[in-house]
Design a protein around this ligand. Structure first.
Ligand code: NDP
Ligand code: 8X3
Length: 249
């Protein structure tokens, strides 16, 4: 039987690209997202076994039930990619939208915790497993109006470090991949479908693609078992930090 990977947020962007990449390399896949029909379309051409979960990672009971309810054939997850996440708005904190704060913290932080809490115990029990969290350059540097999104990604960084310590006496590996600008649906979601504003984010530079990040995730996941890639920061060539981006006029 092939190795099994569970990818959250596999209906778009980095998660979708990671699903394609791992499917191409012969991993069997559990794919989770809210937009189930997208997952169905995605796997229609895959040659590996797949198991789809319509899942909102913010819903702790649903996460617990989804993992506890996995058929026996899918229980031994070798790789968890905690990718589901989003940003909302670019606003000063005192002018911010608490509904958007909840969405970001509940998804990026609490969702990642819920999924990890549900999946990792069996990895520990089996003595085998790898968790790769998708952080961000926003988890290393705060940028203006990024306040809560950045805080959520700083939290991912702290959680990753904590998990690595908690699992140091087990064979379970923990890693984080922290991208800069990746052209996905991320900015469309951040700006609530304002495509003009979303496109401007990537104007004048060649951003990363979901495939670029997926390739890095696969590389991290396929190192020999004595190697734990703790963290990879991956940026477009013309980005030198969260706020330092060179754009051609
Ligand atoms: P996309 O918007 O293209 O994809 C986001 C994915 O997350 C979708 O599959 C979406 O699925 C899923 N998702 C969002 N909320 C939930 C939820 N509550 N439950 C389950 N799934 C959810 O963006 P990206 O691919 O760019 O984002 C993926 C990750 O990469 C995020 O964690 C993001 O913070 C991070 N990142 C992105 C960067 C970028 O520049 N694009 C840079 C650095 C990090 P659905 O809506 O179907 O549930
Ligand atoms: C996404 C990267 O810089 O747009 O995490 O916040 S950024």
């Amino acid at each position: 039987m092939n190795r099994i990977a569970l990818i959250t947020g596999a209906s778009s962007g980095i998660g979708e690209a990671t699903a394609r990449k791992l499917a191409g390399s012969g991993w069997d896949l559990i794919l989770a997202a809210r937009r189930f029909e997208r997952l169905q379309k995605l796997v229609s051409t895959f040659k590996v076994d797949t198991h789809l979960l319509k899942l909102d990672v913010r819903n702790r009971a649903a996460v617990e039930a989804a993992i506890a309810g996995l058929p026996e054939r899918w229980r031994n997850i070798d790789l968890l990619v905690n990718n589901a996440g989003l940003s909302r708005h670019l606003l000063k904190l005192h002018e911010g939208d608490p509904v958007a704060w909840d969405e970001m913290i509940d998804t990026n932080v609490k969702g990642l915790l819920y999924v990890s809490r549900a999946v990792v115990p069996r990895m520990v029990a089996r003595g085998r497993g790898h968790v790769i969290n998708v952080g961000s350059i926003a988890g290393h540097e705060v940028y203006p109006n990024g306040n809560v999104y950045c805080a959520s990604k700083f939290a991912v960084d702290a959680i990753t470090r904590g998990m690595m310590m908690d699992l140091v006496d087990t064979p379970v590996r923990v890693s984080t991949v922290d991208p800069g600008l990746v052209e996905t649906e991320f900015s469309m979601v951040r700006f609530y479908g304002d495509s003009e504003r979303a496109e401007k984010v990537y104007q004048g530079l060649r951003p990363l693609t979901g495939d670029d990040v997926a390739e890095t995730i696969e590389w991290i996941a396929t190192r020999p078992e004595h190697i734990q890639i703790a963290q990879v920061i991956i940026l477009p060539k013309s980005q030198a930090g969260a706020m330092v981006v060179h754009r051609k006029q």
